[in-house]
Design a protein around this ligand. Structure first.
Ligand code: EPU
Length: 331
């Protein structure tokens, strides 16, 4: 399709267009399509558009996967391997696993986006990350159509990072992801207020955890159908122990998480301390229930979102001496 509106393909609600837009249902169809894409034009593969900020019309080709299907490929007494099409809506997959009592992804309930993006972005929430269950990632090289299969270790997963955001950025389309799920999972209830949400339950099931996560997310995160947004706009920074201790002296109540390479400080907390929570600049605003999320109040341009993002980063730098960076991709 030519001169195609991307409004339904970006949760920020930017009114932009793509020169060309193609959706494909199979690996073979993708390989055929690739042959018709002009070699000298930009090419972008998108998922659910829930982590993107289009800064203008896209003067090239955008690809989107409609590869569906959830297929059990192996099963033991303890585990189950499922191969899932990259175009499956992530939360449909999570719901399917919870219905079957397969554990591992329930804490990632209600994250917007699609299965392919879970493997690119290493989506994470409430103490779980996609990388904890990903076994294999099948991909097609965008310029050649060649198939490639990567094991979990080859994907170089880290917090919101993978090889697909580094060396292979923009080079591959994910076609299928294989996840290993647990038939007897140890439920992760220790993050945030999951346990509080579940205190009335005597025996907690996978589906209870899913419901608790859905309830928590619904109170904090805006529904993109009502208020355009891309979830967390910034990543949580990791600072040195020294730096952390110097901030903690002034802010003893600051939340933090110990990580391998230092201490992670929630950017949402710092942004709130800077007084930005619920504040707007033009038609862009900092969400009033979770300061890590920037929202489109209606009709905001990407320039307005970026102006707000820059102002927020500057405030955090001035107050805490910490650099925060967008997690959202600017296109
Ligand atoms: N906090 C504040 N004020 C705020 C927001 C947060 O003080 O406005 C504090 C909270 O009270 C808490 C801490 O900061 O002590 C962490 O907050 P929260 O648990 O809400 O999580 P987060 O670190 O802000 C991350 C993910 C979210 C994910 C949640 C829950 C990133 C970039 N974001 O946010 O992911 O849902 O943890 O696990 O790591 C997303 O990526 O789109 C996303 C929503």
């Amino acid at each position: 399709m030519e001169n195609y509106s991307l409004l339904q393909h970006n949760t920020f609600g930017m009114k932009v267009r793509a020169k060309r837009f193609f959706e494909y249902k199979s690996v073979e169809e993708l390989q055929q399509l690739i042959k018709s894409v002009p070699i000298d034009e930009p090419l972008l593969h998108i998922g659910g558009g829930s982590n993107l900020l289009f800064t203008g019309d896209y003067e090239g080709t955008i690809l989107h996967s409609a590869i569906k299907g959830i297929e059990v490929v192996d099963e033991t007494d303890d585990n189950i391997l499922v191969r899932v099409g990259a175009g499956v809506v992530w939360d449909d997959f999570v719901a399917y696993c919870c219905e079957h009592n397969w554990g591992g992804v329930e804490n990632l309930s209600l994250i917007p986006g699609e299965v392919g993006a879970s493997a690119v972005q290493n989506i994470g929430a409430y103490g779980s990350e996609a990388k904890d269950t990903i076994v294999l990632v099948e991909a097609v090289e965008l310029r050649t159509g060649q198939l490639r299969v990567l094991g979990n270790a080859e994907c170089n997963y880290a917090y919101r990072q993978s090889i697909f955001k580094q060396e292979l950025k923009g080079k591959y389309a994910i076609t299928y992801v294989t996840y290993k799920l647990d038939k007897h999972p140890v439920l992760k209830l220790d993050y945030g207020n999951i346990r509080t949400e579940l205190q009335s339950k005597e025996h907690v099931t996978i589906s209870d955890v899913r419901q608790a996560i859905i309830d928590i997310r619904n109170t904090k995160l805006p529904d993109p159908k009502i208020l355009g947004n891309a979830g967390s706009f910034f990543m949580n920074p990791v600072v040195s122990r020294e730096k952390f201790l110097s901030i903690q002296k002034d802010y003893p109540q600051m939340p933090f998480y110990e990580v391998d390479n230092g201490v992670k400080i929630p950017a949402g907390w710092m942004i709130e301390q800077c007084g930005w929570k619920g504040k707007s600049l033009g038609r862009a605003a900092v969400h009033d229930k979770q300061a890590l999320v920037l929202i489109n109040l209606g009709g905001a341009t990407s320039d307005e979102i970026i102006a707000l993002s820059d102002a927020v980063c500057k405030s955090v730098k001035d107050k805490f001496g910490v650099d925060i960076h967008p997690e959202v991709n600017f296109i």
